[in-house]
Design a protein around this ligand. Structure first.
Ligand code: GRF
Length: 206
């Protein structure tokens, strides 16, 4: 008897993006969807920063936006519960953290309506946290890169789904290295999301 087939992914995959900054990963993902390269729809951009480039991009492109200000909430948990509630209302099948600069509390992660992935600019498990480019340079690494991983309760510690390697050049500064890594991040994020749309089990596979 043949193996039962895997359930078909529900397409287009509904994605909610969490972002705090410039929003170039959001833009790369959105453009890939608009060009017909990816069977996704970005159903919301949620941010903790009213002035972020990510929110401006979303507004200018007719994407549903939610901005929550941490100062309006009594605790990190209250903020995260409101954030997840706002995400849940858009019925996402995937949450993508793309330059989202707040640590999500275990209470927030527990109520996430779907799997969450994050793009991080290092070859995890190397350099979780901030300043990854200067740390790679300070250590004399010959290679640096980016990772897409599942979000769990450990900072940048969830299962790595895919990585891209970028060579460190002799005269690299944190800025020049960051720029080359960012270019690759965009491709890596698109490629990872494509694999999830093709087979949601990719999120579980070893
Ligand atoms: C990226 O380097 C991402 O890996 C990190 O924050 C940066 C966000 O860039 N988590 P952008 O806002 O997507 O342009």
């Amino acid at each position: 008897m043949s193996e039962p087939s895997l359930p078909e992914p529900r397409l287009p995959l509904r994605i909610a993006v969490l972002a705090s900054g410039r929003g170039s990963n959001l833009e790369a993902l959105h453009k890939a969807a608009e060009n017909g390269q990816l069977p996704i729809v970005i159903v919301a951009v949620l941010s903790d920063k009213a002035e972020s480039g990510a929110l401006s991009y979303a507004r200018n492109n007719g994407i549903h936006c939610v901005c929550l200000q941490p100062r309006d909430f009594a605790s990190r948990e209250d903020f995260d519960l409101a954030l997840m509630q706002a995400a849940t209302e858009q019925r996402p099948g995937l949450i993508v953290c793309a330059g989202y600069m707040r640590i999500i509390s275990p209470a927030g992660i527990a109520v996430a309506p779907c799997p969450m992935i994050n793009i991080h600019p290092s070859l995890l498990p190397k350099y979780p946290g901030l300043n990854t480019h200067s740390r790679a340079l300070a250590n004399g690494d010959s290679e640096h890169g980016a990772s897409v991983h599942l979000v769990n309760n450990i900072l940048d510690g969830g299962k790595v789904l895919q990585q891209v390697t970028v060579p460190v050049l002799p005269n690299d500064t944190p800025e020049s290295l960051a720029e080359r890594v960012l270019n690759q991040e965009h491709k890596l994020l698109i490629e990872t999301v494509r694999r999830i749309t093709e087979n949601p089990q990719f999120l579980q596979s070893p």
